[in-house]
Design a protein around this ligand. Structure first.
Ligand SMILES: [Zn+2]
Length: 248
């Protein structure tokens, strides 16, 4: 599903467009002209990644032109399919330096899969397939996707090692925010070991200082025009020492 000249949504579950596995986050395809990148390939239950590939083809793109697999954070609804995607595509896998060891080992504790599974969010028999990470990202690193240059921002709070990416397209400026901030200035605090409200506030303040038009979140509504307004609302709540409304 083409959103803009540079962005397609090619996957998403019941908190998205219902075009791939039910538990999948929004799966974005970035079009940088000479090459493509896939962002967060979803949970990856059997057959789900095939649906994502079908969606890419239906949008007129050849999956063979995808050169990067960008992983925003290690929650399984975002990266469960990473190993399958890395095996089936000709891609460099990029993730945060912090998250890389857990992604490489499929660590159920670090990624909070263990508690999420106990809470019933994922099938009891699901295991996180280990996935190689070819490049580890830190604050300020640039990921090139053809004509697009994505600047990396470390945005912990929702979990440790969470990344957001800022980039300018020919049409508008984008913030790929994953699970940092959602429509209406909502955030996603969870009772898990590496969710920290003070780090969350600092991350939101950092992104609030950027200029951008589109907010590409990991779930729910997408804003192509007033993306910054949603981040600003969360930042304003944090400045008042309050907690922005939570997604759950
Ligand atoms: Zn998450």
């Amino acid at each position: 599903m083409k959103l803009t000249p540079h962005v397609h949504v090619v996957g998403g579950g019941r908190f998205g467009f219902g075009i791939s596995g039910a538990l999948d986050c929004h799966v974005y395809l970035l079009d940088g002209g000479s090459e493509l990148a896939l962002v967060d390939p979803g949970l990856g239950l059997r057959g789900d990644f095939d649906r994502i590939l079908d969606n890419i083809r239906a949008d007129g793109h050849d999956p063979a032109r995808i050169r990067k697999l960008i992983l925003t954070h290690y929650h399984c609804d975002h990266i469960g399919a990473a190993a399958e995607a890395a095996a089936r595509l000709d891609v460099e896998v990029v993730a945060s330096q912090f998250a890389a060891p857990a992604i490489r080992s499929g660590d159920a504790q670090a990624s909070a899969l263990d508690v999420a599974q106990a809470a019933g969010f994922y099938p009891a028999d699901f295991a996180l397939p280990p996935c190689r990470v070819d490049r580890e990202l830190r604050e300020g690193d640039v990921v090139r996707v053809g004509d697009l240059a994505l600047t990396t921002y470390e945005t912990p709070g929702h979990c440790e090692g969470h990344l957001s990416f800022h980039f300018a397209g020919a049409d508008r400026v984008y913030l790929l925010g994953a699970d940092l901030v959602f429509w209406g200035g909502r955030i996603l605090l969870q009772n898990i070991h590496d969710c920290h409200i003070d780090r969350y506030a600092a991350s939101v303040a950092k992104i609030d200082a950027l200029v951008f038009d589109a907010l590409l979140p990991g779930h729910l509504q997408i804003s192509l025009g007033d993306g910054h307004g949603h981040v600003a609302a969360a930042a304003a709540a944090f400045r008042q020492l309050a907690v922005p409304p939570n997604l759950t």
